[in-house]
Design a protein around this ligand. Structure first.
Ligand code: UD1
Length: 465
């Protein structure tokens, strides 16, 4: 019997991160109706960059609404390696970066978390020198850092890439970076954030043109402002930063995770369950809500920070193109593909941001979906139902797509590759259980026959958003 070879593991947010290193799988018994409400956690992509942003400040900072995620733990390890003192109490993180003892981020940690490259801007601005290993490629595409590097050079940094490490220091005998006018070829979220952080402590004014407008960029700007930075225009395509000599202590609460919120909206739609999300910012989900309505599920605002998904009877196909904010987010491309597999007719998803972000397609097809890939397009022909199967998560958002598929499918689904999910979803299975899902994380015992039916892919340290 399959179940005799496995034992249930604990299901707390902290244990998720630990379990991710072991042989855990997620079992989902599909077609259980969901009900009730779920509280959305703080945004992963804000938490990671705000933790790096705290390096700018020579005093204590407090971040609230910090999600419990493996990625947040890794970012904490990177900051600790730089000499930062961190203390976590629930969702509050105290960060004391008064005494940064190191300007070099350790390769072993940076290679596991692309977002750790964010430390380059604050380190350079604060210490005048930064040495950060290149984050490398990743499961979802090449993801270069050329825009970060060119922007820092425009601000007076000498930046050399030697032996896989980006070595940067402030050149020309200056003590501070110099304000500059920088046009970004593409509105990169990471480059906008790196340059905005670096510019807060620069001498003079920096203008970032064609900047990213994502809510997490605005969150970073608000956090920097809480520390005394002078930033205007965040949330538009032109951000102006007037440098100040130093920043001070701040107590700041991170925005809710719009990607987690979107995933739960889709869970409600895919399982035909009316569920309520609390602690959300509906404006951040405008593109997602619009698409859900086209498909045939309604989303109702219940007050300022609550959303209720009202499922429809029949769902229609639609086309989706991923775009920078306020367009449809690439991080929800995989989850909405699951929903489109159950819509009447043909849908086309075009992934425009990352070239290798359709790894979930073969896995969804294993569950009975009918999806073909042509270049960066996925053509999804709706099917009447999905059937549970053993599947493998190939990246973070693919893991969410498979969880949704498992919830909607007939029979049992077993998902491997949970380390991806644990990187970016705060207690996903606990929250789904709270809504009535039949879902269980189990640890495979080390004995013959315990291995699940699908082969594990080659282990990869490389990460995705
Ligand atoms: C961030 C998010 C990720 C999200 C992505 C797009 C974090 C930790 N991750 O990733 O979840 O999917 O935004 O919304 O916040 N590019 C360059 N040169 C550069 C930088 C980027 O060409 O120097 C290109 C990338 O290859 C990509 C596009 O710009 O095609 C957008 O990438 P970017 O916005 O930088 O994504 P990340 O910041 O890595």
């Amino acid at each position: 019997m399959e179940d005799t070879a496995i034992t249930p593991s604990t299901n707390t947010p902290t244990s998720n991160a630990q379990a991710s290193g072991g042989e855990s799988v997620l079992k989902i018994w599909g077609k259980q109706p969901l009900q009730g409400q779920v509280k959305i956690s703080g945004a992963k992509n804000s938490a990671l960059v705000l933790m790096a942003g705290a390096l700018l400040c020579g005093e204590d900072c407090r971040l609230r609404n910090v999600p419990s995620l493996a990625d947040v733990e890794r970012m904490g390890e990177i900051l600790s390696a730089l000499g930062v003192k961190l203390e976590r109490h629930g969702d509050v993180l105290e960060i004391d970066s008064k005494h940064i003892g190191q300007s070099k981020a350790p390769y072993e940690l940076v290679s596991q978390l692309r977002a750790s490259f964010f430390v380059i801007g604050p380190l350079l601005a604060r210490l005048g020198v930064a040495r950060v290993p290149l984050p490398g490629g990743c499961a979802i595409g090449a993801r270069p850092v050329d825009l970060h590097v060119r922007g820092l050079q425009a601000m007076g940094a000498d930046v050399q890439i030697e032996h896989g490490t980006v070595n940067a220091y402030i050149s020309g005998g200056k003590r501070r970076l110099q304000g500059a006018k920088i046009y970004l070829d593409v509105p990169s979220v990471g480059a906008t954030e790196t340059l905005m952080m670096a510019a807060t402590l620069a001498e003079g004014e920096t203008i970032l043109e064609n900047a990213a407008q994502e809510p997490e960029v605005v969150d970073l700007a608000n956090f920097c402002r809480a520390m005394g930075a002078k930033i205007r225009g965040a949330g538009t395509n032109t951000i102006v930063i007037a440098g100040v000599p130093n920043l001070h202590s701040a107590d700041y609460s991170i925005i809710p995770d719009r990607i987690e919120a979107g995933t739960f909206l889709m869970a409600g739609a895919a399982t035909r369950s009316p569920i309520t999300l609390t602690s959300v910012i509906p404006d951040h989900l405008a593109a997602v809500i619009a698409k859900l309505r086209v498909i045939g599920a309604d989303v109702v605002e219940e007050g300022t920070n609550r959303l209720r998904v009202v499922p429809g009877v029949e769902y229609r196909a639609t086309d989706i193109k991923t775009l920078p904010y306020p367009g449809f987010p690439t991080d929800l491309q995989a989850p909405i593909m699951t929903l489109l597999t159950l819509c009447e007719g043909d849908s086309v998803i075009t992934e425009t941001l990352f070239e290798n972000r359709l790894g979930h397609v073969p896995e969804l097809n294993r569950m009975g979906a009918d999806i073909r890939v042509k270049g960066n397009h996925a053509i999804i022909r709706g099917v009447p139902f999905l059937s549970g199967a053993p599947v493998m998560a190939t990246d973070l958002r693919a893991s969410a797509a498979l969880v949704l598929a498992g919830l909607a499918a007939e029979g049992m689904t077993t998902i491997q590759g949970l380390h991806h999910m644990d990187r970016g979803y705060d207690d996903l299975e606990g929250k789904l259980k709270g809504l009535g899902a039949k879902i269980q994380r189990v640890t495979l015992e080390e004995e013959p026959g315990a291995a699940p039916a699908v082969a594990a892919p080659e282990a990869s340290l490389l990460t995705s958003p």
